[in-house]
Ligand binder design. Structure first.
Ligand SMILES: Nc1ncnc2c1ncn2[C@@H]1O[C@H](COP(=O)(O)OP(=O)(O)OP(=O)(O)O)[C@@H](O)[C@H]1O
Length: 506
């Protein structure tokens, strides 16, 4: 599949269909294709031989996607930066990317010179009458986008995803949870900021399916009084978010099939989907299909899928993340780099057609994380995920947490996520995040932050009781020193549980 050609054909044959909506603004397929082609012409004329990426700064406006498409039509990768990114990181990213053009579609407070504002972008498009020729479009191994990871599990790096990576990903994602034809013309919900690659799952799967992308901005997401009516108004059939965001929505009783009667598919990625969340969602949306998918930015959003049925959610805990998409293979490596025996756990290595070429301008980091590998008689790109997992007899991948969330406490080697999985076995608790208390580089104790039950009268008593009961599941050295009840776990800008913030509270 070639997404840019597909957009062209939609613009020609279904030009009046709405491609993107944000509040009262929208672009039809004809507008999106035409205006992005014209803006691409401007970029090419202005930059000529400078093929450096285009930085697009902003939030959930419809012009964001228009600028992404203009960049790739001009033959340049784009690098999306959301307004939630702190100024210093915006500045660092821009100095690393050395962009050919910067579009700042929202007001920018970072120290950045020469950015083109939204008003100027509109004027440029108005003045540039001709769309760019297709021969300029990024294709094959050309980089389509560069996403700087959030750093939730390390330091931010610019992951380069090529046109081929994206096209291979889309061939699979249009069929996630439903047949591809069942997604045609449907509404897709966008929760994730564009600087988080989860958004690629809704933006491009939607555009590839001639759907309407419904953008939910940050302020709406944080205000139930606006969020619930927006969800209702969206008419969404495909839901794409982190599980944490769905959990947050479930705090409102009206979040159900009555509110969103057209909702057919939940697509989750980015963090663990707990059995509790899946089961609660099934109660609220009995007819919807729930898909768990897994993958890092480095292998284009997601590379596995599994439909979470009631039976699965009731019998297998934690939930598997599923089987690889076509064109993806897994290897499980032991600490010494050799292949783990069948069924045993180790580092998950992703091999295949959606694995990135590497990090932008960071040959050193690229060499550490990526390598080439033969599979089925062909050379493939492979990526060391830093995630731990194993493959079961049916070929399902089971994710067991980050290798770097392994700590040493009083000489014991402990998997933080192992403790979390056991805490949620306690009836009252639906989510648990355990953070180490570190002094002088050494782990001194552990604190667990939990949600689920109503606020206990005495935090001390609650902690004591939970710890007592945890003894049924965990050895004493793995039981956190404190168990703290919270109404909600804090989320980072990408909508994942914010471990760093909790670390500060421990
Ligand atoms: N379905 C899933 N279940 C559990 N964990 C998941 C799932 N999908 C993704 N993850 C976790 O999210 C990671 C990928 O996150 P992402 O590429 O968004 O980077 P990030 O959160 O910005 O972190 P960093 O910046 O440190 O790379 C995976 O490597 C895995 O640890």
């Amino acid at each position: 599949m070639n997404i840019l050609n597909r957009l062209h054909s939609y613009a020609r044959n279904h030009g009046q269909d709405i491609a993107i909506r944000s509040g009262d603004s929208f672009f039809t397929y004809a507008q999106l294709d035409d205006l992005s082609g014209r803006l691409a012409n401007y970029i090419e004329e202005r930059c000529g031989g400078n093929k450096a990426p285009v930085v697009v700064y902003g939030h959930k406006g419809i012009y964001m996607i228009l600028c992404f498409l203009a960049s790739v039509k001009s033959g340049r990768a784009y690098c999306p930066l959301d307004i939630s990114i702190p100024d210093t990181r915006v500045e660092d990213t821009i100095s690393a990317a050395r962009p050919s053009v910067i579009f700042a579609l929202e007001e920018m407070t970072a120290d950045v010179k020469g950015a083109i504002s939204l008003e100027e972008t509109k004027e440029i498009i108005e003045k540039t009458k001709e769309p760019i020729d297709e021969s300029h479009y990024v294709s094959g191994d050309d980089v389509f986008y560069i996403i700087f990871t959030s750093g939730s599990t390390g330091t931010p790096k610019g992951v380069q995803i090529t046109a081929d990576n994206l096209n291979h990903y889309l061939e699979w994602s249009v069929g996630l949870g439903t047949r591809p034809e069942d997604k045609l013309g449907k509404v897709f919900l966008n929760q994730a900021p564009f600087s988080f690659d989860l958004s690629v799952m809704d933006v491009y799967t939607c555009l590839a399916s001639r759907g309407t992308l419904y953008l939910l901005d940050k302020e709406v997401q944080l205000d139930f009084k606006r969020l619930i009516p927006a969800l209702q108004e969206s008419g969404a059939a495909v839901w794409v978010s982190t599980p944490s965001f769905a959990d947050m929505c479930m705090a409102d009783k009206s979040f159900s099939a009555e509110l969103m009667p057209k909702l057919e598919t939940f697509l989750f990625c980015g963090e663990t989907l707990t059995n509790t969340t899946a089961l609660k969602l099934m109660e609220r949306f009995p007819d919807a299909v729930i898909m768990n998918t897994y993958g890092p930015t480095e292998s284009t959003v997601a590379v596995t899928e599994i439909q979470v049925t009631k039976e699965l959610a009731e019998t297998v805990q934690p939930l598997p993340v599923g089987v690889p998409k076509p064109g993806t293979f897994f290897e499980i490596h032991q600490e010494d780099g050799s292949l783990a025996p069948a069924g045993e756990s180790g580092e998950i290595i992703i091999v295949g057609d959606t694995v990135s070429a590497g990090y932008f301008g960071r040959e050193d980091l690229t060499r550490k994380a990526f390598f080439d590998c033969m599979k089925d008689g062909r050379n493939h790109r492979a990526y060391r995920t830093g995630d731990k997992g194993y493959l079961d007899d049916e070929g399902n991948l089971h994710y067991q947490g980050r290798i770097d969330l392994q700590i040493k406490l009083n000489g014991y080697r402990i998997e933080i996520e192992d403790i979390e999985k056991n805490i949620v076995r306690l009836e009252e608790i639906s989510h648990a995040v355990v953070v180490p208390n570190i002094k002088e580089g050494k782990v001194k104790s552990l604190t667990a932050f939990v949600t689920g039950c109503t606020k206990p009268e005495s935090g001390f008593k609650f902690s004591k009781e939970m710890k007592e009961r945890l003894r049924a599941f965990l050895p004493a050295y793995m039981i956190p020193k404190k168990i703290v009840h919270m109404e909600n776990l804090p989320m980072n800008n990408n909508g994942k549980v914010d471990r760093k913030q909790l670390g500060g509270l421990a």
